[in-house]
Design a binder for this molecule. Structure first.
Ligand SMILES: Nc1ncnc2c1ncn2[C@@H]1O[C@H](COP(=O)(O)OP(=O)(O)OP(=O)(O)O)[C@@H](O)[C@H]1O
Ligand SMILES: [Mg+2]
Length: 328
């Protein structure tokens, strides 16, 4: 990859515990996204996906602390002043959430909302802002964009509202979109449409996307690279097709086995046990209590995420493919 657009290195996010100690929600996370790339971040509930994205935007809850670096367009997002961060947010990096109603005000017209955002960053007259909004609605295939500008969010279906939220995010020409579970609330057909939209925007605008989801099925549709997160750490990362067809971490195996249609006879085989809460991350490899490959060594040190091929990284000492493929 040429210089990545986003280069997160050793990102750690901690939150205050009631007893005054620190709880580590994200640990030593390394992730890069190239221009025009769709990077997937997957993991079960509570693994730290949302806190990772909130850390990038400076939107962490009160009392949270970060360390590490997050290079973006020549600057470190983690050490920007509040003022500079506000200028990046929405302008260079846009965020899309699961529920488009968090981005859309229920009472205001689509046109008013889309233009306020744009005018705030670009200081242009309303007529120019409206033209831009109309263009973006057209780009995400909202029928009759001019008329749509005069309507309110409740006059659209859930899938269309998510398209409108994406159009709003695109108004300010961001280079990166962070989409946190953008399709979870939508039915599968609409979900497929939104994913295709991300693909088209990447091809047409060179947009980069960080796609966060607990659903590896969603990843398999569009992501170029997939990173799998467990209890605050990345456990496996690499090209999507490679990870999905030849997973090497037992947790990735488990996530894939839990997808509908996996494991033969259409059977889903959920991973036994529950993901640990932030207050009870097990020592060593955090996955070891749920892992059928677990060995005594897994309870000692937490395994580091290391390259196992030029393109793949893995944090598991019990890797059945290791003898053949580990780099010497
Ligand atoms: N404001 C907060 N205060 C305290 N703990 C929090 C806060 N936000 C998140 N956490 C904890 O940090 C951990 C990571 O949370 P995060 O929201 O990043 O998970 P996630 O991977 O996005 O999960 P989900 O798939 O459910 O959205 C969880 O254990 C969560 O309980
Ligand atoms: Mg989340």
């Amino acid at each position: 990859m040429t210089a990545p657009l986003l280069d997160i290195s050793d990102l750690t996010v901690s939150l205050p515990a009631p007893d005054g100690s620190r709880l580590f929600a994200v640990r030593d996370l390394n992730l890069r996204i190239g221009t025009g790339q769709i990077a997937g971040l997957a993991g079960e509930s509570g693994s730290g996906k949302s806190l990772t994205s909130l850390a990038l935007l400076g939107l962490l809850p009160a009392g949270a602390r970060t360390s590490g670096r997050s290079g973006f367009e020549g600057r470190d997002l983690l050490s920007l002043s509040e003022r500079d961060r506000a200028a990046v947010r929405g302008r260079r990096i846009a965020m899309i959430f699961q529920d488009p109603m968090t981005a859309l005000h229920p009472m205001l017209s689509i046109g008013r909302q889309m233009t306020e955002h744009y005018r705030h960053h670009f200081r242009v007259p309303q007529a120019k802002a409206l033209r831009r909004a109309e263009e973006m609605l057209d780009l995400v295939r909202i029928p009759d964009p001019k008329a749509a500008l005069g309507r309110s969010p409740h006059e659209f279906s859930g899938g269309m509202r998510q398209r409108i939220a994406i159009a709003m995010a695109l108004c300010c020409e961001p280079s990166l979109i962070i989409a946190d579970e953008p399709t979870t609330a939508l039915d599968v057909t609409v979900q497929a449409g939104i994913l295709r939209l991300f693909e088209r925007l990447r091809a047409e605008l060179g947009l980069s996307v960080l796609l966060i989801t607990h659903d590896l099925g969603v990843m398999s549709a569009v992501a170029d690279e997939v990173s799998v997160m467990y209890a605050g750490r990345l456990v496996e990362a690499g090209p999507r097709a490679d990870i999905l067809t030849r997973p090497r971490h037992p947790y990735t195996h488990g996530l894939l086995g839990a997808l509908p249609g996996a494991g033969g006879a259409g059977g889903m085989a959920p991973i036994p046990g529950l993901p640990p809460s932030i207050t009870t991350h097990p020592s060593g490899c955090a996955f070891h209590p749920r892992c059928s490959w677990s060995q005594p060594a897994c309870r000692g040190e937490s395994p580091a995420l290391q390259p196992v091929t030029p393109e793949r990284r893995l944090a598991c000492p019990v890797d059945p493919l290791a003898p053949k493929e580990t780099l010497s």
